[in-house]
Design a protein around this ligand. Structure first.
Ligand SMILES: [Zn+2]
Length: 171
């Protein structure tokens, strides 16, 4: 597991993964990705052992979300969950970030991840960068944001201005 975490994954490869996920669920052209629904129901289509938990603030005072690969579990703090349902970009991003950890930082879940050794990629070894990139690509992919302004991306995709700006620069 630890070697998988250190495995470099490029934005290009992450983009291919998130594009495949959207396609599998018939959401390729969906502007506002239903990330809470995906967290609750979609991930179990990839992994029957997947489970999630909504934790209280007192249980997780220092973390908005945590992923436990060995237990097939993502834990999201209740205030983050509630705000994500309300459509707040930062909290939708947090859930997408943990989904990124869940999918990328464990073996044998999707083919693109399994083939990771076959292709030479730049040295993006930081799992946090990888999870952030995954979240940005899942929520605001190129086919949807092309031609839009930062503020249009933010309101239509349900992401923060910061996320919209990074995605625009990465087109
Ligand atoms: Zn993280």
């Amino acid at each position: 597991m630890s070697s998988f975490i250190a495995e470099p994954i490029s934005r290009k490869k992450i983009r291919a993964m998130t594009s495949l996920i959207r396609k599998e669920f018939g959401l390729s052209d969906e502007k506002c990705f239903p990330v809470v629904h995906f967290f609750e129901f979609g991930l179990s289509q990839f992994d029957v052992d997947y489970n999630y938990e909504i934790a209280s603030i007192s249980e997780m005072p220092n973390d908005y979300g945590l992923t436990f690969p060995d237990e097939n579990r993502i834990k999201i703090r209740e205030d983050v969950y509630d705000r994500a349902i309300a459509g707040i970009g930062r909290d939708r991003f947090t859930i997408a970030h943990e989904i990124g950890h869940y999918i990328m930082h464990r073996p044998n879940l999707i083919a693109l991840a399994r083939n990771r050794k076959a292709e030479k990629v730049p040295a993006y070894k930081d799992p946090e960068w990888q999870a952030n990139t995954f979240a940005g690509e899942l929520l605001a992919p190129p086919n949807i944001i092309r031609g839009l302004t930062e503020s249009e991306i933010s309101s239509q995709c349900g992401v923060s201005f910061q996320c919209a700006s990074i995605q625009l620069k990465s087109l």
